[in-house]
Design a binder for this molecule. Structure first.
Ligand code: MG
Length: 265
């Protein structure tokens, strides 16, 4: 009897072990590879770069599109101007490795879709104004709207308009703001909505945002149909600074892989 009871007790564990060996279910795509499949393409090898310190911007990953490395704004135009127009050059001040908002917003020359976006910013050290008038700028990403840039260090405003908010929609989960004048970081992961042949949205757009390494939005949904976007940085009349801006275009699983190495005989 005791042995039978022990076997009975093991049954759920065995069932669990079998379940655990099932391939991971991804709601987005059917998985075409077997569990632990050695013929599966190997992920592309990249150099991950280095993280920034308060004084020094880091090095972007090797597969990043660099939008600003501290030298010039050649990857940007003045917002609202033609890319090849005589007046396309941004008015922003570029010095000491940063670019400072001046004379209108700027728009990236390139468009992006599914992407990892890294942007560092600092609001003025000398505090002027309050509420929405203090260190206001922002990162516009097409249909995702504006990821708000604001001096939200001991500066109250409406929650869906503070630093890290998806403006007018979602407040950040926490206020992870650093002091005015200190460098802050946004790491954003954006996925466009997927639309089928009939025009139906089969997977909503999603955006995840880290503010200074802390998650402030996780897969926040933007279900409307929209496509690739330029990145626009807002001039809200405050001299906010930017440095170390880059984007990694994201593919699906296995899309950018390399074939497995040849077997040694
Ligand atoms: Mg703004």
């Amino acid at each position: 009897m005791r042995a039978a009871a022990a076997v009975a007790a093991l049954v759920p564990l065995v069932a669990l072990a079998i379940t655990a060996q099932e391939p991971p279910k991804d709601a987005r795509e059917p998985v075409k590879w077997k569990h632990n499949d050695r013929s599966r393409p190997r992920p592309k090898v990249i150099d991950p770069g280095t993280a920034s310190t308060p004084d020094q911007p880091g090095k972007p990953p090797s597969d990043a599109v660099v939008l600003f490395d501290g030298t010039d704004l050649a990857e940007w135009v003045r917002s609202g101007k033609k890319v090849d127009g005589d007046d396309a050059k941004p008015n922003w001040k570029v010095e000491n490795g940063y670019a400072e908002v001046k004379g209108g917003g700027i728009t990236s020359r390139k468009k992006f879709g599914d992407a990892q976006i890294h942007i560092e910013w600092a609001t003025p050290k000398e505090v002027k104004g309050s509420d929405q008038g203090r260190g206001n700028s922002g990162i516009y990403l097409g249909g995702f709207g504006e990821v708000q840039v604001l001096d939200s260090f001991e500066n109250d405003t409406y929650p869906d308009g503070q630093a890290g908010a998806l403006y007018g929609k979602f407040p950040p989960l926490v206020n992870a703001s650093r002091r005015p004048g200190e460098w802050q970081v946004y790491d954003i992961v954006a996925h466009l909505p997927k639309v089928d042949d009939t025009g139906k949205v089969t997977r909503p757009g999603r955006i995840t945002v880290f503010h200074n390494g802390v998650v402030v939005h996780h897969a926040a949904e933007f279900g409307n149909k929209f496509g690739e976007y330029t990145i626009n940085i807002q001039d809200h009349g405050n001299p906010v600074r930017y440095r170390n801006m880059w984007v990694r275009r994201l593919g699906d699983y296995d899309a950018e892989g390399t074939p497995p190495p040849e077997k040694k005989k």
